[in-house]
Write a new protein. Structure first.
Length: 389
């Protein structure tokens, strides 16, 4: 499939990887449900043999996301964790991984309760915002570096270029993975900063409508792509065709949605930072963020996620969350609708209590996924809920 080059991101979101159907001329990529494909002679096919190995709808979607990430290859999976599990199959028993200490609870759970005991992989959790700590931990035995930036839920930002340079200087074969879920390729493209692989939970901003579970991996390496294609087919945790179609449709408005997410999140962060019932606000777009300058250098925007600490304790957190109207109290993030959650009880409950304490995931921490509703309605909702505290 030809890949025309466009100057602007939004045009790639709409057109990359997709061409009018050659038979009907359909503008939108059709949903191809066939599980198998005719061969002219044994081994002579049109590029498709069996739908687990390749599907026209899924392939178009993979190509579109890859282009948006400035990548060459895209591979879609049934979920973000399916993508994570497949990536770890690039390693062998006994290999060591450095991972960000603050990360999505599901990733932490998979690393320590599945991959570590069953695959004998060794994980070293490091605060990757501290380059000296990373440099001390990095050695030739490290085969993969797992970066999540901004992190979930404390929004710590790591220097992708510096971490990639340090890692590759110590071991040229190390694989640097960046989970880019919180920003999407609209605001950050890790491959441009030396990463080898980019990972997304598609369920969040890429799809953007809270109706698809999926994961996707992007790389510029032909060698990594060849290995992952084998694993994608061999393990079979592929993105379904309907989900691929929906995610590709959602991707077409990513650039429009992300602009409004960021506008609303900035307004929310500034409102909360000035509120008497709020202890502290964490948002990359605030000068008070510890990595504010890095965010300006590495990102083209600050995203739609805001974390804050409410004054008081668990009762005050519950009261605030129970009195929201525009925001829904629910897990996940990145949809057009605003969501609020309590990480210590909800998304990060599987993280060991001692690690939660170390990371600052306390009973007063609240995570907001700021949607694209009207800014005034969002701010009024937060204000009304705080009035009840």
């Amino acid at each position: 499939m030809s890949q025309p080059s466009y100057k602007n991101f939004g045009t790639d979101c709409i057109h990359a990887g997709q061409e009018p159907d050659p038979v009907t001329g359909a503008v939108m990529t059709p949903i191809s449900l066939s599980t198998t494909f005719v061969q002219k002679s044994p081994g002579q096919h049109t590029g498709y043999e069996y739908a687990r190995t390749g599907n026209p709808t899924r392939n178009a979607y993979e190509a579109c996301v890859a282009k948006c990430e400035n990548g060459k290859h895209g591979l879609a999976f049934a979920s973000g964790l399916a993508a994570t599990a497949t990536l770890l199959h690039l390693l062998k028993s006994g290999d060591e991984i450095i991972a960000m200490d603050d990360m999505y609870g599901g990733t932490n759970r998979y690393f320590h309760k599945v991959a570590q005991p069953f695959a004998n992989l060794k994980f070293n959790l490091v605060d990757l915002t501290n380059l000296e700590a990373f440099e001390s931990a990095m050695n030739e035995n490290i085969k993969m570096v797992w970066i999540e930036t901004p992190t979930n839920p404390t929004l710590k930002i790591s220097d992708i270029q510096a971490l990639s340079d340090i890692a590759h200087a110590v071991n040229s074969e190390v694989i640097v993975v960046v989970d880019n879920t919180f920003l999407s390729p609209y605001f950050q493209r890790p491959l441009d900063f030396g990463a080898d692989i980019v990972l997304h939970s598609v369920s969040k901003y890429i799809n953007g409508h809270s109706d698809v579970i999926g994961g996707i991996v992007i790389t510029n390496s032909d060698e990594i792509n060849e290995k992952l294609r084998f694993l994608q087919n061999g393990m079979g945790a592929i993105q379904g065709v309907f989900s691929s179609f929906l995610a590709m449709r959602g991707l077409k408005t990513l650039h429009v949605r992300m602009k409004q997410h960021a506008i609303n999140a900035q307004a929310v962060a500034e409102f909360l930072e000035s509120h008497e019932k709020v202890e502290r606000v964490i948002y990359p777009g605030l000068p008070s963020h510890p990595q504010y300058e890095l965010a300006q250098k590495q990102q083209t925007g600050f995203g739609g996620m805001v974390t804050f600490f409410i004054k008081g304790g668990l009762d005050e957190s519950r009261t605030f969350l129970e009195n929201l109207k525009v925001f829904s109290l629910a897990e996940s993030l990145g949809g057009v609708e605003s969501l609020a959650e309590h990480p210590a009880i909800m998304t990060h409950a599987s993280v060991p209590p001692e690690l939660r304490k170390k990371l600052g995931i306390s009973d007063t921490l609240i995570r907001l996924s700021v949607g694209i509703e009207e800014t005034e309605d969002i701010l009024e909702d937060i204000s009304n809920a705080l009035d009840q505290v």
